[in-house]
Ligand binder design. Structure first.
Ligand code: ZN
Length: 247
């Protein structure tokens, strides 16, 4: 939790390292300490990204995992005049064809990106450096998909120049936060993180009502789980997240 990480440019200017992980206003150092031709990096770069250590890691974007379901919830009520198109679809756990909304209001149903795989490159385990050098360019390429997803989930339009900030608390499931460019930026967001947890409440609640599994939880379950188990896991996961923020 020591990385101050935005998606405004290359790693050299977008990532800093806090001296005190519990204090977002403590002094911070550049992650990249020397530029080309011989780039060097902060010592934290050699640390494992997870405990216990892993040799590879599949990384998802929280907002994009949920985005197709959120998009459907937003648009399914538009009925006639929005140019809705459907495709035949067999839902998971069913054997019956069901129409699935694929176009509405001039937008296509979003497709979640495949996870990016981070592999250990220099140590037996995935380091912070393996992680940021794989995940940062991947996220930079997804910014245009992330903005509308976050706008819908937050209930307000993110402007083109809103600063996207990576919350690296759960390394295999990236959450993003944002700051208006006029705001005090990344450190202010980190301070706010201590006081709140962002979740796609609408979609999660709706899916629980529908008896479906929250995607974020399902991604962590080895087998499909029923709605009650999913809800318990989701609440547990949220509780862990809150506790980690307080820690
Ligand atoms: Zn619509």
């Amino acid at each position: 939790m020591r990385l101050l990480w935005d998606l405004e440019g290359p790693i050299a200017t977008s990532i800093r390292v806090l001296d005190d992980p519990t204090n977002p206003f403590s002094p911070h150092q550049a992650y990249q300490t020397a530029l080309d031709p011989t780039p060097e990096f902060h010592p934290i770069s050699k640390s494992p990204i997870t405990e216990p250590k892993v040799s590879s890691l599949n990384v998802y974007v929280y907002h994009l995992d949920d985005w197709a379901e959120c998009w459907e919830i937003i648009h399914e009520v538009h009925y006639d005049d929005a140019g809705q198109e459907f495709e035949p679809h067999v839902p998971e756990g069913s054997e019956y064809l069901t129409p699935r909304l694929i176009r509405c209001c001039g937008t296509e149903r979003p497709k979640p990106p495949s996870p990016v795989v981070v592999r250990a490159a220099t140590h037996p385990f995935v380091t912070v450096h393996d992680y940021v050098t794989t995940v940062h360019p991947w996220l930079m390429g997804l910014k245009d998909d992330i903005r509308p997803a976050m706008s819908a989930m937050e209930g307000r339009q993110l402007t083109e120049d809103a600063i996207l900030v990576v919350d690296p608390l759960v390394p295999d499931e990236i959450k993003l936060l944002y700051s208006p460019p006029s705001g005090s930026g990344v450190r202010q967001i980190r301070a706010e993180m201590a006081g709140r947890v962002q979740v796609c409440k609408t979609a999660a609640t709706k899916r629980l009502e529908l008896g479906k599994n929250p995607v974020a939880v399902q991604a962590r379950a080895a087998d499909p789980v029923d709605a009650e188990t999913a809800q318990a896991m989701w609440v547990n996961q949220l509780g862990l997240h809150v506790n980690n923020l307080r820690a």
